[in-house]
Design a protein around this ligand. Structure first.
Ligand SMILES: *Cc1c(COP(=O)(O)O)cnc(C)c1O
Length: 380
């Protein structure tokens, strides 16, 4: 069973831990889901790959999430375990035949594709059911994203027009989707991509059942990133301009922006070497993203409340023997930070628990629940 605490300090004094801890802030996840659903003029389907921890899935469901973007049978089972009647969208553009068939038998009806061969697989593995909705993934610009996703999946516009024609000739209705890249900090990306999707549909001459603007909405690590409402307003503007009579489903698939507030990570300093702190968790554990999005996650040393300290810039190293296990930062912490100090890294719920490895034999961090209602965005 997972223990509950009022805050990070309470965890430390009660557990006297020596290993890193995952602090689940489930109330923040519920609030994020509620906000997104209130803001978005359509369906919000959470992208499960970002964090599939059962407590986080439950918290998002409590915030009103009823539809889920899944990419594997494992994710389907994880969602159904917390919400038996969940509506699932299989949005991985490449799937095995066995997984398509199994997902179909489990009630999934929307399947992404980005090429003719995958459309054929979907047709052949869903018992001839023309009620299945093939959802075509378009190539759109990913220039504003910290993590571009356009090099692996997506179909260019001319080919998309041809594939829509093929799907319709096979007897299907269809949907359109895209992904502007993860942690996209250019709010105009969704407006540009939605305009492209509408143009593609108009060239094909058949109105889609679903227009799905994907994920990529940025977490407010520094507070200067565009907010969810601004990003989706652009997409809605483009839709209203290009297809004012659209009566199908307008959908989004936020992952990071819903999951990030759901957890922070508590790590201990094992050694200080000048401006470098060697921590008991790192790149191969929960802190993978600190390597790729360097210096943006809020950090604080525990026990400093009410004692403003002089700050200094630090780099982090994880506990493994691999030199990839380094996160340059800089992370600003009290200048006298040293062995034995505990550091809380916030907004760590996205792309953390799902990326933990067994490398070097370090165990997966224990999870506890923090019930605090406080704002999770900590003062820098
Ligand atoms: C990863 C992914 C998402 C979520 O992306 P975020 O950047 O975390 O919001 C949504 N849809 C698809 C198809 C994805 O692969």
């Amino acid at each position: 069973m997972i223990h509950r605490f009022s805050g990070a300090e309470a965890v430390l004094s009660a557990l006297r831990p020596t290993d890193p801890l995952l602090l689940l802030r489930t109330g923040a996840a519920t609030a994020a889901a509620r906000d997104a659903i209130r803001t978005f003029p359509g369906t919000v389907a959470y992208a499960v790959k970002v964090c599939d921890h059962p407590e986080v899935l439950r918290a998002l469901a409590a915030g009103g999430v009823r539809e889920w973007d899944v990419a594997s049978i494992h994710e389907i089972n994880a969602v159904r375990a917390v919400q038996p009647n969940a509506v699932l969208h299989y949005m991985n553009p490449v799937k095995s035949r066995e997984h398509i068939a199994e997902a179909y038998d489990m009630g999934v009806r929307n399947f992404a594709f980005d090429c003719q061969a995958e459309l054929r697989k979907i047709a052949e593995c869903t018992r001839g059911d023309r009620g299945v909705l093939p959802v075509l993934r378009l190539t759109v610009p990913n220039d504003g994203a910290r993590f571009p996703l356009d090099t692996k999946f997506g179909c260019p516009e001319d080919e998309a027009v041809r594939l829509i024609g093929l799907a319709v000739a096979m007897g299907y209705r269809y949907g359109l989707t895209f992904h502007v890249g993860s942690q996209c900090e250019d709010a105009s990306a969704w407006e540009i991509a939605t305009t492209m999707a509408c143009r593609t549909a108009q060239r094909a001459g058949v109105t889609p059942e679903v227009i799905d603007i994907g994920g990529g909405f940025p977490t407010q690590f520094r507070g200067t990133e565009p907010d969810f409402a601004t990003c989706i307003a652009g997409a809605k503007r483009a839709l209203d301009r290009a297809m004012p009579d659209f009566r199908g489903t307008f959908q989004c698939e936020p992952g990071r922006v819903l999951a990030a507030p759901s957890a922070s990570v508590l790590v201990r300093v094992e050694l200080r070497k000048e401006g470098a702190l060697f921590l008991n968790d790192g790149y191969y554990g929960l802190l993978t993203e600190l390597k790729w999005m360097t210096g943006v996650h809020p950090v604080r040393r525990l026990g400093d409340e009410g004692h403003p300290a002089k700050l200094a810039p630090f780099a982090f190293y994880g506990p493994t023997c691999d030199s990839v296990d380094a996160m340059d930062g800089p992370y600003w912490l009290p200048a006298d930070t040293d062995e034995g100090d505990w550091i809380e890294v916030s907004l760590m719920g996205a792309y953390s628990t799902v990326l933990v490895t067994k490398f070097n034999g370090f165990p997966e961090a224990r999870a506890v629940i923090i019930d605090a209602a406080e704002d999770v965005r900590l003062a820098a």
